[in-house]
Ligand binder design. Structure first.
Ligand code: MYR
Length: 280
């Protein structure tokens, strides 16, 4: 059985890796003043962070249409028997649900939708593993079992400069956003049951980042071999500093620097930082 791996643009995987591993992608969009741009296609990371400085109104975001996903699946059906479709958390985007709907409409290919319950490199880690396994001719059952196993050790913590974007987009639960921004608290955020909730309220960015790094180092100190992604929203230097501090203590770790692209950057805001890791 020939298996394809599909994801969405919010994994923000480098194009060369996607080509090498044959990863298929459906884009989400950002909408600036009535004009919709498919991220990673019509608008890339650099242009996005430039554009948000120039526009009066912040953009909004939208999931891929069922039509777009259907077209993608139909194209895959000509070459593959099945597709493992791994997507942004269903608690923050309708993308996963749209893939389920499109999958039920397309014939000639078996669609296995998988909810990453995360996004960005949290999602990307699953996609890379699935693609490598598909290349090794593993079965869909084996791949899905491995993704579930990875979920057990996957950790993702992130922080934003200002909570108002997340609150405005309805991606942070309840009144905490208002209280948080008034008090200028820098909460560490994470996902619980597919949605974003504050993990801990901390007063300064430095302390919040130290706390995240502390949790990462605690896991690394257990002797586990980790894959770690340091993710930034137009704050590469911030991510590099975190990465360098970590590899100084754990030089053999597998690390990468990744970015929060247009759709996720719309909701988190410029300057955000996150760290995602799992046990290899
Ligand atoms: C849509 O319009 O369907 C997309 C909505 C995306 C919401 C993004 C909220 C922030 C996610 C942060 C992920 C951090 C992972 C480490």
């Amino acid at each position: 059985m020939k298996i394809a791996v599909m994801t969405d643009s919010t994994a923000y995987l480098p194009v060369d890796i996607m080509e090498e591993l044959n990863i298929h992608m459906v884009p989400l969009s950002v909408v600036f003043e009535g004009t919709s741009y498919e991220e990673e296609i019509d608008i890339k990371y650099e242009e996005f962070y430039q554009k948000i400085k120039e526009v009066k109104e912040l953009p909004t975001t939208s999931q891929p249409s069922i039509g777009l996903i259907t077209t993608k699946l139909e194209a895959l059906a000509t070459d593959y028997d099945a597709v493992i479709a791994i997507h942004i958390s269903s608690g923050i985007s309708g993308t996963y649900q749209a893939v389920i709907t499109a999958g039920s409409m397309v014939e000639g290919i078996k669609v296995y939708p998988y909810d990453s319950e995360l996004s960005c490199m949290g999602l990307g880690f699953y996609v890379l593993e699935a693609a490598k396994m598909a290349k090794e001719n593993k079965t869909s059952e084996e791949i899905l079992a491995r993704l579930d196993e990875m979920k057990q050790s996957m950790r993702a913590y992130f922080m934003v400069e200002d909570l108002s974007n997340l609150h405005r987009g309805g991606r942070l639960n309840g009144a905490q956003a208002i209280v948080g921004s008034l008090l200028q608290v820098k909460p560490i955020l994470h996902f619980v049951d597919k949605v974003i909730v504050p993990f801990e309220k901390i007063r300064t960015t430095k302390k919040a980042l130290n706390r995240i790094m502390g949790m990462l180092e605690e896991d690394a100190a257990k002797g586990n071999e980790l894959s770690v992604s340091f993710i930034h929203a137009n704050n590469k230097q911030g991510a590099i500093e975190l990465r360098d501090a970590f590899i100084e203590k754990y030089p053999k770790s597998d690390t990468s620097i990744n970015y929060f692209g247009p759709v996720i950057g719309t909701h988190l805001g410029e300057g955000s930082l996150g760290v995602v890791w799992y046990q290899k």
